[in-house]
Design a protein around this ligand. Structure first.
Ligand code: ADP
Length: 494
């Protein structure tokens, strides 16, 4: 019996968690990852910091768990997606800072690709929208702006990788240059039906195939550690963070949807078959095991839990995030106040970058409790918008919502969500679902579990929120939300 070490390399933190083979958490370690903002809209991280904070987190986790590194039988990796790193295969040194998924520096390149009429091709092959989030235009920016890359590419010395590849490269002492299918599916270079890098896109973007990693399954031994945290430990699972959460929530079939309520909110649902998503949704690879792919539909809300931060830090009307629940419960309703939290525009199904936040319906009797409640309800309304859109696109009725992320500590929010959707909202006991997903895949990769179904037994319910309010009443409230959204659209356009 050994332990599984999960590395959870997120945007702001590097974490390591030790699990036993039944999925119990023994101990963890966490280190903050420094962020670099060279210009407005630009976000970078130092790849050496990514690796060193992960190493420190591993040391802490091993110490806290009181285990010996020789007892680790496998490593699973889950990571911030799309973040782009180039390094020199000979020296192992990064060639530039990591360009973080949030970085907008390649927005012009996306515009250029759209002008060249490439968007339909991108959509059909990668399942993605042509956006600066994804890795390919970040690579294009690097190739155009770092002159020494040309010579190094000629000498076949340049490696591209997302954060998982960078960690795998370092763990294996530079022996393995690979990524998994879920991370590959976020690069805007990967043909998700053929499950290979796409030559047409590589040509169109002028990106050489020689810099790309090999692609492995999400549950598969992709390499062995050189000497840290011990010699010869297999890395047997790799998964992007949102897909990790989908696996960790054991949402294995269509109709079962997970929502992560963090700074933003991310919804993913497995699909029966490949389908190009519409209405601002993305199609992505959910996981792959034994060369068999499962697709997922993905949608996101830009402003989720961060609206609560805004109430706390910018308005100062609540002392901390948790007290939003107390204020919301202090009133019976919002008094017809609606808060559209379009602080950075609105995502699917509206796709309006010009929309801005709006509080409407304020009257003489409105108090801060109403505003706080309207903000929380605004998160839930946006999720209903996405659930309805997902149902339209997939033609499958969503049966239940499995939820995780910081804001799921708020029971008022989850009850309102259940009332609004008319389906159960389920909070699991283990809310570190991203890491649990990497644990499950790494365990399958070394044969601790036979398959996902067997692994699914470790998922346990903490609390189920069942719909309590009248459907007509909730539909009436939702119609008013849509009217409020309509009034917030296009605000900064003129
Ligand atoms: P991320 O991983 O995106 O950094 P987390 O999953 O840690 O985010 O969630 C943090 C977010 O959740 C913050 O925006 C915070 O305001 C919000 N949040 C945390 N606790 C609560 C709560 N009890 N009620 C509402 N929002 C909360």
């Amino acid at each position: 019996m050994g332990y599984i070490l999960v590395l959870d390399q997120g945007t702001t933190n590097s974490r390591a968690i030790i699990f036993d083979e039944s999925g119990n958490q023994l101990g963890d370690g966490k280190k903050e990852l420094p962020q670099i903002f060279p210009k407005p809209g630009w976000v970078e991280q130092n790849p050496d910091d990514i690796w060193s904070t992960i190493q420190e987190a591993i040391h802490l986790a091993i110490k806290k768990s009181e285990i010996d590194s020789r007892e680790i039988s496998a490593i699973g990796i889950t990571n911030q997606r799309e973040t782009t790193i180039l390094w020199d295969k000979v020296t192992g040194r990064p060639l530039y800072n990591a360009i973080v998924w949030q970085c907008r520096r390649s927005a012009d390149i996306c515009e250029e690709l759209r002008d060249r009429g490439l968007e339909p091709l991108i959509r059909e092959k990668t399942g993605l929208l042509c956006d600066a989030y994804f890795s390919s235009t970040k690579i294009m920016w690097l190739l155009r702006n770092i002159p020494e890359l040309k010579d190094l590419i000629r000498e076949n010395r340049v490696a591209f990788g997302t954060v998982d590849s960078w960690l795998l490269w370092n763990l294996t002492g530079g022996k393995v240059h690979a990524t998994d299918t879920t991370n590959a599916s976020r690069t805007m270079l990967f043909n998700i039906t053929k499950c290979d890098w796409d030559d047409d896109l590589l040509d169109a973007f002028d990106i050489p195939r020689s810099i790309l990693p090999d692609v492995v399954d999400s549950a598969q031994v992709s390499g062995y550690t050189e000497d840290f945290p011990g010699r010869g430990i297999p890395v047997s699972g790799i998964v992007g963070d949102q897909q990790g959460a989908l696996v960790g929530q054991c949402c294995f079939s269509p109709g079962s949807l997970k929502v992560t309520y963090g700074t933003g909110c991310f919804l993913l649902e497995p699909m029966e078959r490949f389908l190009i998503s519409e209405k601002g949704m993305l199609t992505t690879i959910a996981w792959s095991i034994n060369r068999s792919l499962v697709y997922a539909i993905e949608g996101s809300v830009f402003t989720g839990g961060s609206v609560v931060q805004w109430l706390r830090d910018n308005l100062g009307i609540i002392p901390d995030s948790a007290s939003s629940e107390v204020f919301a419960r202090a009133v019976d309703d919002t008094g017809d106040v609606y808060f559209v939290p379009a602080l950075t525009g609105l995502g699917a199904p509206y796709w309006d970058m010009y929309a801005r936040g709006m509080i409407i319906g304020i009257s003489r009797s409105t108090g801060r409790e109403h505003i706080v409640r309207a903000a929380l309800e605004g998160i839930a309304y946006q999720i209903r918008d996405l659930v309805n859109t997902i149902e339209d696109v997939t033609e499958v009725k969503v049966q239940e919502l499995r939820v995780d992320g910081g804001a799921t500590g708020n029971s008022f929010l989850l009850q309102f969500q259940s009332d609004l959707l008319g389906i159960p909202v389920i909070r699991p006991r283990m809310i570190e679902t991203t890491s649990l997903g990497a644990f499950i895949l790494a365990s399958i990769g070394i044969g601790v579990f036979k398959d996902l179904e067997e692994a699914g037994k470790i998922w346990k319910v903490d609390r189920v929120f069942l719909p309590e309010r009248n459907k007509d009443e909730m539909d009436r409230l939702y119609d008013r939300w849509k009217e409020a959204v309509r009034r917030s659209l296009g605000w900064t356009k003129n």
